[in-house]
Ligand binder design. Sequence first.
Ligand code: ZN
Length: 319
Amino acid sequence: MGETKGKSRKGSGGNIILILTGLLMLTVAVLAVYIALNIGATVSEYSAGASELRAVKKELREARKERDAELAEKRDLEIDDEELEALRSETFAAAAQLESDIKAGRNDNRICYLTIDDGPYYHGKKLLDILDAYDVKATFFLTTANGNKLPDRGELSAASMYPEYLRYGHTIGNHTYSHDYSEGGIYSSAKAFMDDVEKQEEFTAEATGGFRPKIVRFPGGRATAGGNLGDIEEALSAAGYGWTDWTVDSGDSWGKDKSSPELIMSRVKKAAKDQKIMVVLCHEWSRDTEKALPGMIEYLEGKGYIFLPLFYDSQMVSK
Ligand SMILES: [Zn+2]
């Protein structure tokens, strides 16, 4: 028995090795097939992915072409002045009502007045396209500090950009002609300031075929006006102008370490916590603003904000 047992043990030992070897070979074979299949799957997945990618890219190219054609059409659009004026005043009357309702707690919506300073820049076209894609209307405070030249495309006239803002439904504000707040500049007296404002108004009227902005933004903000602020505000008021600073500084002009799309977003998000009506300050040349803009719009709209261009009768405009 013992021997048989031993034999059988020996035999079963050999069998086990055989079985193990077989299993191992089988495992290797299965693994090989598995790997081969998997690589095959990956390769075919990859080629499917690549052709999908090509299709998506093609779609994107076509969409872009269509969009360019649409935009070109919009640029060529002739707008009847009277019709536009009627639409504007209707919109602004409704907006004024909305402001009162929000302040009185009768309406849960919120308002964002997006203001974009220091243009025109060629870069502004990118902002116009983004705003157009979201159907958002803003306020562009323009200056002629760089003469009748786009600072980033000197061969193009600044004046040629002016009608663009209006065609897209935005408002143009007055950011003074010279934007010069150094000593002896616009803040040296109320007269110096008003002369500069009027010069900018004439430039705007000529460039747009008659649009006269009635809202002024002080270069650097009202605080920069120093001791003459009171006189300047009085003169503005007497001449029928309104003016506005901002309630949220995006910080896009604060320099490299303090400006980024993420920082802009965090400042806007913070303001959205307690400002039912906000005036956001951005700059037309800022690439950070360009990058932050889609996210900013989506975030604020998600929080119930309606984007409107500023208007003279707005509560956010002092008179
Ligand atoms: Zn400015």
